[in-house]
Design a protein around this ligand. Sequence first.
Ligand code: C2E
Ligand code: MG
Ligand code: MG
Ligand code: MG
Length: 281
Amino acid sequence: YAAKADGDKLRRYSADLDDEAGEEARLGAAVRIALDTGQFRLVYQPIVSLPDGRIVSVEALIRWDHPDRGFVSPAEFIPVAEQNGLIVELGAWILRTACAQAVVWRNTLGDAAPERVSVNVSARQLAEPGFTELVSSVLAWTGLGAQNLILEVTETAVFGGGQAVQAVKDLHELGVRIALDDFGTGHSSLGLLQTVPVDVLKVDKSFVDNITLAGREAVIATALIQVSHGLGLMAVAEGVETAEQAAELHRLGYRLAQGYHFGRPVAEPDFLGEPTAVAVV
Ligand code: C2E
Ligand code: MG
Ligand code: MG
Ligand code: MG
C-alpha cells in the first residue's frame, strides 16, 4: 500500500518535471519567434543625481508583450534565453537598440539628453568569445562614444568562466564603464573588486528597502558607500521607492539613485521636464 503511494508520488513528481521542461522549451521557442517578429522592446529607467533629481543616465530594460501570454517578465525569459543560447542574439539586439536610442536622444535633445545609457549583460554573453568586438562594432555602427555606455554585469556573470574576466578588462580598456549589478547579493562581492576593473556599484534594492529603519540593511548600505568612495567608484542605490529612503541615502553619502520614486521604466523618459521628485526635503 505504502509502496503504491510512493509510486504515485514518483509518477506525479516526474510528470511535474516533464511539464516544467516542456514549458521551458515552449517559452524558449516563443523567444525565437519573438525575436523574428519584433515582439521585444526596450524601456528606459532614469538614474538620477541626489539631491536634485536630475537624470544623469538611463538603464535599458527589456519588455515582452506576447500575443497570447501577455506580459512576460525578463526575470522569467532571460534565464530561458540563457539556457538555449538565444541570449547571444537577443543581447546583441538589446545593445544595438539601446546605443542607437542614446544617439537619437543626443541628436534631438542635445545637452538635455542623458549622459549615458546602461545596458544589462548576462553571464552567457560575457563569457562568449567576441563579446568585446561586438560592443566595439555596435559603438562604431551607432556612433555612440564608449564613455557614454555602461555595461551592467553581475558578480555571478563575472565568475561565470569563459572569457568573462578578460572581457570586462578589455571593455574597461575601451573606455566603457562597468557596473556591478545587484551588488552585495552575490558570493564574494568585495573580492571581485580586487580582480576586475569596476566603475559603478549598484547597491541592491534589498539594502535600500529598510534603509530608514536603521537596522542591518542601513549598516550595509553605509559600509558599501564607504567602500565605493574609498575605491573611487560611483555607487547607485537601486529600488528607491520613497522620499524618505532618498533622503536617508543622500544623508549617508549616496549621490546616485534609481527607483520608482524617481521614475518607472518607460519608452521615452521625460528628460526635458522638471525632475519628478526632488530627493531631499
Ligand atoms: P536589474 O538589472 O537589477 O533591473 C532592475 C529591476 O528592478 C527592473 O526590473 C526594474 O523595473 C526594477 N525596479 C526599478 N526600480 C524599482 C523600484 O523602485 N521598485 C521595484 N520593486 N522594482 C524596481 P525588470 O525590468 O523586471 O528586470 C528584472 C531583471 O531582469 C533585471 O534586474 C535584469 O537582471 C534582467 N533584465 C532586464 N532587462 C534585461 C536586458 O535587457 N538584458 C539582460 N541580460 N537582462 C535584463
Ligand atoms: Mg541592471
Ligand atoms: Mg539591478
Ligand atoms: Mg536588482
